[in-house]
Design a protein around this ligand. Structure first.
Ligand code: HEC
Ligand SMILES: [Cu+2]
Length: 332
């Protein structure tokens, strides 16, 4: 009995994890923020209550069987009982649930005729976000997707290396990012809000640090954001540290991997840093965006996110790192 007790205790402890996780709805599929997530959540609840009812029924029958007296155990159920419970019941239940989930799922893939397009590319281990536009009007950012409230947005999901999976639980289902292939996913937010997303397909060492944010805002705010993001940077005004940082950026090798529109930095293997300081986080949700964290990231990126594809710069002088951080922090 104490043995059995241990298992029960462990099972209860395991149950606490999802219960606690559900306290923070920032990334919960059960707190939908738009119609497709709403549809998915209703399927989830129907399946949940359906299986709970069936489980209770089966457990009750098992309990009755266990407690049967020897005389009662002689009872043999008739053929109809077996056929009804073993064949008819599952076939009918599963068919009904199948048709119901098709009914709900189908509209999720039909989409709107003229959605707004955003290209999202998964990289080990960050997300590139591109708002197509002609020439300089093209906006490129990373790990943060702004969308207008009340409009359907088509995310064209791609990958630059391995298979990733794009998932914003509060806004919709998952879509795989497959190399050499483009998969669409329509998102729609009913209300302004900030929704966390996460890579949902194991893609290597730093898979867990491959998060992103979707920020749904009223159309005017979204338009203002997009207009600002499409601007190249101008020479840093004010602080001398920032101007020095700008020089370092071009000299120590950052520009080989990063683009800063309006400067000679044109690399494209790392995130576009043109407006890096306007983002909420650094390195795909790993650190909050602050000037101190920019410095920490530059000098210790391989300690903070081991194995990530940014070269190690731990050899840089503290003063250089501080200047670089001052410069990047001025890029709003
Ligand atoms: C070999 C290519 C490479 C070089 C050189 C490089 N980076 Fe990076 N950098 C990356 C990659 C890749 C990432 C994304 C890392 C991740 O999140 O997994 C990144 C991320 C960053 C980020 C976070 C951006 C964001 O939005 O999350 C900053 C800031 C940054 N690098 C600054 C620098 C600075 C400053 C230098 C020069 C001292 C530099 N990088 C040199 C490849 C590079
Ligand atoms: Cu991934």
């Amino acid at each position: 009995m104490p043995f059995f007790f241990q298992y029960v205790l462990k099972a209860l402890l395991l149950l606490v994890v999802p219960l606690l996780a559900a306290c923070d709805p920032v990334q919960s599929a059960l707190h939908p923020g738009g119609p497709s997530a709403q549809a998915i959540a209703s399927v989830w609840w129907v399946m949940f209550w359906g299986s709970l009812v069936i489980l209770t029924l089966v457990m009750a029958l098992a309990l009755i069987a266990l407690r049967a007296t020897p005389a009662e155990k002689q009872y043999r159920p008739g053929r109809w009982f077996i056929l009804g419970g073993g064949v008819l019941f599952p076939v009918v239940t599963l068919t009904v649930l199948l048709i119901y989930s098709f009914e709900i799922d189908y509209p999720l893939f039909r989409g709107e005729s003229e959605p707004m397009n955003i290209e999202v590319t998964g990289h080990q281990w960050w997300w590139e976000v591109r708002y197509p536009g002609a020439g300089d009007a093209e906006v490129v950012t990373a790990n943060e997707i702004h969308i207008p409230v009340g409009r359907t947005v088509r995310i064209n999901v791609r990958s630059a290396d391995v298979i990733h999976s794009f998932w914003v639980p509060r806004l919709g289902g998952k879509q795989d990012a497959i190399p050499g292939h483009e998969n669409p996913l329509d998102l729609h937010a009913d209300q302004p809000g900030t929704f966390r997303g996460q890579c949902a397909e194991f893609c290597g060492a730093q898979h867990a640090h491959m998060a992103f944010w979707v920020i749904a805002e009223p159309v005017e705010r979204f338009d203002a954001w997009l207009a600002r993001q499409s601007q190249p940077v101008s020479a840093p005004a004010g602080e001398a540290a920032a101007s020095r940082g700008r020089e370092h950026f071009l000299q120590v090798g950052c520009a080989e991997c990063h683009r800063i529109r309006g400067t000679a930095a044109k690399g494209d293997t790392g995130p576009d840093l043109t407006h890096v300081a306007s983002r909420r986080t650094l390195a795909a949700g790993t650190l909050p965006m602050t000037r101190e964290n920019l410095a920490r990231w530059i000098s210790a990126s391989q300690r903070i996110k081991p194995g990530n594809r940014m070269e190690d710069f731990s050899h840089l002088d503290d003063a250089v790192v501080r200047d670089l951080a001052a410069y990047l922090h001025s890029l709003e």
